[in-house]
Design a binder for this molecule. Sequence first.
Ligand SMILES: Cc1cc2nc3c(=O)[nH]c(=O)nc-3n(C[C@H](O)[C@H](O)[C@H](O)COP(=O)(O)OP(=O)(O)OC[C@H]3O[C@@H](n4cnc5c(N)ncnc54)[C@H](O)[C@@H]3O)c2cc1C
Length: 413
Amino acid sequence: MVNQDYDVFIIGGGPAGSIAGAKLVQAGYKVKLVEKMQFPRFVIGESLLPRCNDLLDEAGMLQNIEQAHFQLKPGVAFQTEEALEVIDFEKNLGEKFNSSFQVKREVFDHELLLDAEEKGVSVEFESEVIAFDAEANLILVKTKLGNIEQYHVNKVIDASGYGRVLPKLLKLDKASEQSVRKAVFCRTVGDIRPLVNEQDGYIFVDIHDNNQVWIWNIPFKEGVTSTGIVCDEAYFEKFNMTEAEFFDYIIQTNPTASKRYQNATKLNDVGFINGYSASVSKMFDKNFVIVGNATEFLDPIFSSGVTLALESGSKAADLTIRELAGEVVDWQVEYEDYMMIGVNVFREFVNAWYDGRLQSILFSEDKTDKVTRSIVSVLSGYVWNQENVFVVKPKKMVDVIYQLTKLNESARF
Ligand SMILES: Cc1cc2nc3c(=O)[nH]c(=O)nc-3n(C[C@H](O)[C@H](O)[C@H](O)COP(=O)(O)OP(=O)(O)OC[C@H]3O[C@@H](n4cnc5c(N)ncnc54)[C@H](O)[C@@H]3O)c2cc1C
């Protein structure tokens, strides 16, 4: 028998799925959300941007997160052995939120999903979407007990993250233009935490081996730190080491990390993820919309993943609400084109990070206050603010500011 009790079906209970579900039920629609795993479950991606706070606030989900007492994140510190550049979220372009949180995702995602459930989403754990007929709009679920159930709804929202359910089932997967990179990570305790103006909570990013590697250091409360190393897969392979050996080697040979972790102890085995950048040929069709990581994932360098997951989940819910109320929605313009504005701003920053231009800009002492604030705004996740020159013309502005930086440098010699 086909279950037709719901208006919307959501695949996956990460941040994108939870925010979409929460918004839809608050608008009066019936939502079924099916999640493959039992929660709490680990997922990588623990450092949030201030834009997340706006989106959670708008969905009525921020209060819960504030009460969960996560580590406050005032900004980002980029460092080499010689230089330190602090991005303080306070120095943005006047946007509403000027801090965010460092979160253990198993806790954060569970909080969001419980909140969505409390607001009225029907959540089913340990059940997996295994097929989708896009024409008939029929979803097949394999339940925890091994039964097959069918659902027919008005809209399917694919928020399956790294599962990429609809891109795989409907052959929408597209290779990313990013290099194939690898992240190797672990949680530690007992590291010596650098403070900024006597304040903890900044994510520290160490630039290593001529920008071929970067290290994330994400401080949680209770002295636990998430440490990760990112490089091209080809770079890792040159070392002929296991992931755990590579992790130790990079930490020991990086001047700032070796000091920071000299007395630290690992709390778990070193984990890793390869080739995580991905893209899709389209993000929507008549009966479905794809959100979060299941669409485009660029790179972890600017901690943009959860922001884009919340933004797309939220936007997809808003448009679905309008469509279910009888409005005609232009999904190309209002969803895909809109999302690509933000993705493309981050894309320019990611590309300029890996080719070194962004570091030149970040570490330059000649930046005007306006340029600094505009960069802070982007790195806070406000990548739709049309008053920001980097949002209006990301490629051109990165190029221009980089050229100016180089001119100023050569004028000094
Ligand atoms: C190395 C690395 C570091 C990162 N660091 C950061 C960071 O610091 N900050 C940040 O914001 N982002 C970071 N990210 C990105 C972040 O991990 C993702 O962007 C984020 O988790 C996306 O959320 P989501 O809701 O789209 O998907 P997810 O959080 O992945 O949730 C998807 C859910 O769908 C479920 N699912 C999958 N298949 C099915 C199925 N068939 N049926 C039902 N359910 C299913 C999964 O079990 C999962 O719970 C990082 C990514 C990488 C690779």
